[in-house]
Ligand binder design. Structure first.
Ligand code: ZN
Length: 161
C-alpha cells in the first residue's frame, strides 16, 4: 500500500523517534509498514524513506536497494547509528520526499560505519561509501528529527519536467 508522505511544515518530521524493541519486529503491522514504506519509496522515486515521513515516530528506515552494496533486497535499518570511517567529507545535492521541489548542497562524511538491526532484529554492521553513505546519513537524520535543508547550502527550487 502506498502511504501518504508527510511534508513540511509538519511537527512529526522534527521529533526524535523512539527505538524499536527487537520483539516488535515480529509484529505483522511492523512488517507491513516496512513493505509499505518500500512501495511508497519506489513509487515516488525516492532513494530512501524513514518511518517519521509516513507518520511513525520509530527508528526505522528503508534504503533503495540500487544504492546499497546488496542490490537484491531492500535495505531495512532498525535503530541505526553511524560513525565516520574516514575524515573526508563531500558536498553533493540532496532533496527529500518531505520537502518537495527544494534541493540544496549538503556536506557529509564520505565513508561511514553503520550499526543497526535488520528487519528480523539481527545485528547488522557495514561500511557505506559515497552516495550510499550520504543516503544513510540523510535517513538517520530523519530519525533524529533533522531535515536536510537545515544543513544545506544554496537551497533552490527545482521543478522536474
Ligand atoms: Zn528525506
Amino acid at each position: 500500500m502506498i502511504l501518504p508522505v508527510l511534508t513540511e511544515p509538519n511537527p512529526l518530521l522534527h521529533q526524535q523517534s523512539r527505538h524499536l524493541q527487537p520483539e516488535e519486529l515480529k509484529l505483522p503491522k511492523i512488517q507491513q509498514l516496512i513493505q509499505d514504506m518500500a512501495e511508497t519509496m519506489y513509487t515516488k522515486d525516492g532513494v530512501g524513506i524513514a518511518a517519521p515521513q509516513v507518520g511513525e515516530s520509530i527508528q526505522l528506515c528503508v534504503i533503495n536497494k540500487e544504492y546499497t552494496a546488496s542490490p537484491n533486497e531492500d535495505m531495512v535499518l532498525v535503530n541505526p547509528s553511524w560513525e565516520k570511517a574516514s575524515a573526508f567529507k563531500a558536498t553533493d545535492i540532496e532533496g527529500c520526499l518531505s520537502v518537495p521541489k527544494i534541493y540544496g548542497d549538503v556536506k557529509r562524511f564520505k565513508k561511514i560505519k553503520v550499526n543497526a538491526l535488520d528487519k528480523n532484529g539481527q545485528p547488522l554492521q557495514f561500511v557505506a561509501d559515497g552516495t550510499f553513505a550520504r543516503i544513510v546519513q540523510h535517513e538517520i537524520d530523519h530519525l533524529q528529527g533533522t531535515l536536510f535543508y537545515e544543513k544545506a547550502k544554496n537551497l533552490r527550487e527545482i521543478t522536474v519536467e
